[in-house]
Design a protein around this ligand. Structure first.
Ligand code: DGL
Length: 264
């Protein structure tokens, strides 16, 4: 048995990295690179991609899926009802569990356009803590930059300034990285935000949630020695190179799964 993880691209690797110390099953990572950026897609498109990706994971008999994508967690997960085809871990629930105990009352959320427009973050945060003020900021330039391998420099800095300044002006006390790509540019965000604002990466809570799930199951491998199969819907070579550049370590050969990408 394995655990599935998916995202539109390399963003889910931030959750993948966070999971490494606790994994006792292998991982199957899927990057739906042919459809990136998810943040610019309609709910109907995202729903279609999600169904195909679940089919992929069911064929591979994974035991659970980490939706390592806030956009899918915000737009699709709330619509699939109480009985998903596989147990799911999603970024929004993780972020809420993480943010509510630490915020002093005003939370900023950096996210994709689709996540921001869904209203999922303010809904979920205020459901858990009705007095919480939530300031949301869509950041449409960030995912294309990161997918182009740009993690720093003047263009990233300018975009981060554009998106983070409104949150600082609103005097948020914490900021949720509401897109799994953003931890890759954490130093740029931290530089602007300073030490007084808490920056939250929901992957840390996902690690707790998955650890709990794995505790009830017999281990297949020991932490640090579990393997990952990498699959993408687009160009495997491109994904492999970008991921290796960003992570600074080599990846096993990435394979292409065309049924997710072809014909729609
Ligand atoms: N990394 C994803 C997220 O957390 C998707 C980004 C995108 O493809 O726009 O929202």
């Amino acid at each position: 048995m394995a655990i599935g993880i998916f995202d539109s691209g390399v963003g889910g690797l931030t959750a993948w990295q966070a999971l490494q110390p606790i994994m006792t099953e292998d991982i199957i990572y899927f990057g739906d690179t042919i459809h990136i950026p998810y943040g610019e897609k309609t709910p109907e498109q995202l729903f279609g991609y999600f169904r195909r990706i679940m089919d992929f994971f069911m064929q591979r008999k994974v035991s659970a899926v980490v939706v390592a994508c806030n956009t899918m967690s915000a737009v699709v997960v709330p619509r699939i009802g109480p009985n998903p085809p596989l147990p799911l871990f999603n970024m929004i629930d993780a972020a809420v569990a993480q943010a509510v105990p630490v915020t002093k009352g005003r939370v900023g959320v950096l996210a994709t356009r689709a996540t921001t427009e869904s209203g999922a973050y303010p809904r979920a945060l205020q459901n858990a803590a009705p007095d919480l003020e939530v300031v949301s900021q869509a950041c449409p330039k960030l995912v294309p930059f990161i997918e182009a391998g740009l993690l720093g420099g003047p263009m990233i800095r300018e975009a981060v300034t554009e998106y983070v300044t409104p949150l600082l002006q609103a005097r948020v006390d914490s900021i949720i990285l509401g897109c799994t790509h953003y931890p890759f540019i954490l130093p740029e965000i931290r530089r602007l935000v300073g030490p007084r604002v808490t920056i939250l990466d929901p992957a840390e809570q996902i690690r707790e949630d998955v650890a709990q799930f794995l505790q009830g199951r017999s281990p297949q491998c020991s932490p640090g020695n579990c393997r990952t199969e990498f699959w993408v819907s687009g160009d495997p070579w491109r994904f492999q190179n970008l991921a290796q550049d960003i992570l600074g370590s080599s990846l096993p050969q990435v394979q292409r799964y065309s049924a997710v990408g072809d014909g729609w």
